[in-house]
Design a protein around this ligand. Sequence first.
Ligand SMILES: [Ca+2]
Length: 265
Amino acid sequence: MKLLWTLVLSLLLAGQLGFSQEEERGEEGADVTKPKGPVADDGRPDDRLPCGRWMGGVPGTPGHSGLPGRDGRDGPAGPKGDKGNPGEPGQKGEPGDKGADGPQGPRGFPGNPGLKGERGESPLAVRSAFSMGLTSRLAVTNVPIRFNKLFHNEQRHYDDTSGKFRCVTPGVYFFTYHLTVYYRDARVSLYRNNKPVMFTHDQFQENNLDQASGSIILQLQAGDEVWLQVYGEEEHGGIYADNTNDSTFSGFLLYPDPPAASRRR
Ligand SMILES: [Ca+2]
């Protein structure tokens, strides 16, 4: 600090000296322009003669610090900084479109043998048999004859409401009927699916009692229907039954069709 003050004072003294020399040169120059002659003394101190010319003053105190200067120009670009830290992961994007199917993979190894299956049903377990009879003389023709007298219908494959047998197990079936004919002729057809396949005609003789019968073997598919029906008008509906005369319709499965798998062999 003391060094700084010494430097400042030295500068001030040097400036004072230079100023005095300039003043002296000015006085000499002034001699050229000013008119020569006595100068009127108006009693006022001559301000052209500063005190410094005849008496060295004490150096003044340093002035106050000036206002801060303006910002300087931007410096040159600095060196490239270090690599920053990795940023946070972004949000999950939308699912993309489904890609094309890939190529088929190679054939796999054979699997292990399966478990042993359960014991299958015996062919004897597939059953279908019925035997039904009339309860009274036939009254209506040209519709399936409804045999309501029950002899046997365990599987109920014969429907005594419609008068039709309906095949459940595909296979070969045997059907037979034994009819009592009285008072009129009898014309009977055995139908399979709305198509008559077998016919029986008995001409009635007065004061007599006739019998008409028929048998057939048919191969049926599941859902096939078989029934008896009078064909012709009422004069051919002589089928009869009472307490001493029956008219029956029977059928049963002779043997079922083999399974589809074994049929291909
Ligand atoms: Ca006859």
